[in-house]
Design a binder for this molecule. Structure first.
Ligand SMILES: Cc1ncc(COP(=O)(O)O)c(C=O)c1O
Length: 420
């Protein structure tokens, strides 16, 4: 089911590889741990594989740039033919600076600021994905001030429950996201009223970490129904957007690969008689998650009571997901296979008890560890909490380091705090 291309593997000596390169051999005095490593070749292939699933059908793979906004990665996605789903003005600017065509960018986000709406209008992007009737009203007012017609989509909330962590489910009735069913008529009325709004799409995003396409397709069907209604009302739609959310295997079982989601989504679109519309999908995690690894040094081990601890130099400030959602990540020795009987509680140095990565099989005297599947929602959520500098990032293509973005170091943190 997993059909892995690139990403993490081990060689016959048990060494950790990323995109075929031994991670230990890539460490050098210039690269300080904790350091994120990314396999750009794997990311390129992943996007190409999704594109292939769409074939000749009009489509846009709007990469959810929030998952990983490193320019080397964003440019790789764009080179492979992708666009961008941005959720802030900053992300929008980054996407364009990385070479995205403005019509390959959508702007989502539940509370877009006025300056972000103005920026999207000025850049003439594919669409502002409106998340409420009130937001449509604000977009209309701002467009009127600049004498523009805003290209908008309705980001609908399809009331679909997904089998996922509560914090990453967004398409249900109590979520803050999207225009809920009872407001759809009001949203259509708002478009009708305002000459400054043009409805070009219907979109959704029901949440993350979907292992199979079932709930994705249920919400896609609701999007299609609203799109059919919009067309019947005379709106010249250009696209439907089924969102992202394709899951990956964090060690808790395989997920259907993203190109399967894409193929099934295209199937629904055609079955619903909407094959003439562009199909937008917004994958983030599935494009980058498996292609990143966080390498950390074991600062020390300690035995206390029945438990053995491994204290590593990566903390929750570098990788927040375990503390934020209780999200699992496989942590293994860097240079040898994990030994089943060498179990450690792996924790970081941050002064918080949630700075805890859980129990993992390491080896007898671990020196370095690799935290797997750390390409998504990892560096982008990193902070300098506890005066810990942001980690290094290292980019690998065809087995070689093509770029190293060093940590800004503690001096930049000190200088900024001294100015505060
Ligand atoms: C609007 C929107 N689109 C796409 C995504 C990407 O989701 P994923 O990384 O699970 O594919 C998100 C993630 O939260 C999102 O909020």
């Amino acid at each position: 089911m997993s059909e892995q291309i690139g990403g993490f593997s081990r060689n016959t000596d048990g060494e950790s590889l990323l995109g075929g390169s031994a991670l230990k051999s890539l460490l050098s005095p210039q690269i300080t741990t904790p350091a994120y490593f990314y396999d750009l070749s794997g990311i390129f292939k992943r996007v190409s594989q999704i594109k292939a699933a769409f074939g000749d059908a009009p489509h846009l793979i709007a990469y959810a740039i929030k998952a990983n906004s490193a320019a080397s990665i964003v440019k790789t996605v764009i080179e492979a033919g992708g666009g961008v789903d941005a959720v802030s003005g900053g992300e929008l600017q980054l996407a364009l600076a990385c070479g995205a065509q403005s019509r390959d960018v959508v702007l989502s986000g539940v509370a877009k600021r006025d300056d972000e709406i103005r920026l999207a209008l000025e850049k003439d992007i594919q669409a502002l994905q409106a998340e409420s009737v009130e937001e449509l009203q604000r977009i209309a007012q701002i467009a009127e001030l600049t004498s523009q017609v805003a290209r908008v989509s309705f980001r609908i909330n399809p009331s679909v429950e997904i089998d996922s962590h509560a914090h990453i489910a967004t398409g249900h009735d109590k979520a803050k996201f999207g225009i809920s069913r009872r407001d759809w008529n009001a949203a259509f009325a708002k478009i009708k009223q305002s000459p400054f709004l043009q409805l070009v799409g219907i979109s959704t995003h029901v949440g993350s970490m979907l292992k199979t396409p079932a709930s994705y397709l249920r919400s896609a069907k609701v999007v299609c129904e609203v799109a059919q209604h919009a067309q019947a009302e005379g709106h010249q739609l250009e696209y439907v957007d089924f969102g992202g959310g394709f899951g990956i295997d964090y060690g808790d079982g395989p997920a259907d690969p993203p190109h399967h989601f894409a193929a099934e989504a295209l199937g629904i679109l055609k079955t619903e008689g909407l094959g003439h519309l562009k199909l937008v999908v917004e994958p983030g995690r599935s494009i980058v998650g498996p292609y990143g690894a966080l390498v950390a040094q074991v600062i020390q081990t300690k035995v206390s009571g029945a438990r053995r601890w491994a204290m590593i130099d990566a903390g929750m400030n570098d990788l927040l997901r375990p503390a934020l959602y209780g999200a699992p990540h496989r942590i293994e020795p860097l240079s040898q296979q994990p030994q089943g009987e060498e179990s450690f509680r792996v924790v970081g140095p941050v002064c918080e008890s949630t700075d805890d990565f859980g129990d993992h099989d390491l080896c007898e005297d671990p020196d370095y560890v690799v935290i797997r599947d750390a390409g998504a929602y990892a560096f982008t959520m990193a902070s300098e909490y506890n005066a810990r500098p942001l980690p290094d990032e290292v980019f690998i293509r065809d087995g070689k380091i093509v770029h190293h973005s060093p940590s800004p170091g503690i001096d930049s943190w000190l200088a900024a705090r001294l100015k505060a």
